[in-house]
Design a protein around this ligand. Sequence first.
Ligand SMILES: *Cc1c(COP(=O)(O)O)cnc(C)c1O
Length: 425
Amino acid sequence: MSTSEQLFERAKKIIPGGVNSPVRAFRSVGGAPFFVKAAYGATLLTADDRELIDFVCTWGPAIHGHNHPRITTAIATALEHGTSFGTPNPYEVEMAELIVRFVPSIQKVRMCNSGTEATMSAVRLARGFTRRDKIIKFAGCYHGHSDSLLIKAGSGALTHGNPDSAGVPAVFAQETVVLPYNDTAALEEAFDANPGRIAGVIVEPYCGNVGFIMPDTGYLQYLRAVCTAHGAVLIFDEVMTGFRQAKGGVQELEKITPDLTTLGKIIGGGLPVGALGGRADIMDHLAPLGPVYQAGTLSGNPLAMAAGIAGLRLLEELDPYDRLDALGRQVRDALLAAARKKGIPAQVPQRGSMFSIFFSPTPVRDYATALKGDAQLYARFFHACLDRGVYLAPSAYETAFLSTAHEGEAIDRACETMTAAIMSL
Ligand SMILES: *Cc1c(COP(=O)(O)O)cnc(C)c1O
């Protein structure tokens, strides 16, 4: 078996940057990425036979920890019957029924293969439904990498200093209005400046791609009211928060009914999946019933559906959200205490199983305040943790994720390790 270093050398020759998704390359924190050959529970096993406590959780999906037997068994059972049929299959119906039951605003749902597909199609649907062109998004929110949405984007795009990607035609970008998150006046101005032209507003209801940022009290309610007043489609991008903050996502917690919701990550149980759903009258504008085209060779894939269904049923059985929030608070308190002791200003926004650390004296409530965090200090913290066996996201602008598998020994050890890492800075 090759070491991470050997694998990366080979990969760099034939894969751009040696990776299939940019943040994995470690460029913003420095150093070379490790390769993982196995993962179980809260642990990654690297190609170099190191065990790491994992706070990336495959960027969100692994809420039950890695390689959960209920999920792997479900995949194995489905696999006995074939990998893809290209026809409707029974799993798709079961998955749709689960999503409609759990997510309050979803009356109808269409499965696709990634979060990017889900948001791309949701935006097209909002445009087709309203017969308007302009979309509002918020700086630092990441909605995948389609042309309309890769503008002032978070996640890897921000990490690598290109939140506005090359290759997006200016005429496309003009149809996307970018506003600061948590700013009600800016929203009102944008609607006033574009009367009858805003098709929809897309938002991560809790932002997770610029570090973790919560909405101000009443902000999401305000978004709902403004969209209703102007006949614009409100799209909650819950690819990250769906089934993670609650079974019904942020919309359940905040009691808000968006018109469309995009999902991904957890609903695939670690296999590639996305979904968009919402009001039946809007969803019925999708082909074959309506004029908005959307399709996929592997959409509703039986293995992915089986994995996702097993994961969702487990969430229903365990209802782990209070336990996950307790883990989140334990980490937050440990990080804040260590930073205080060391005399480093730090913000640790956390809710449930999502948290992040900004080395900044300024509370973080939008993209501009997120950028005030000391990214170089984060890079040092990242490596200090990694050296000690804890893997956080290799970027100052990503959320950390917890799973039920972190409970017990792993979380205690991780808190001690992260405390030691902060003391070493
Ligand atoms: C991850 C993510 C996406 C993109 O999903 P992919 O499956 O990576 O294409 C979209 N929106 C949000 C909020 C996400 O966190």
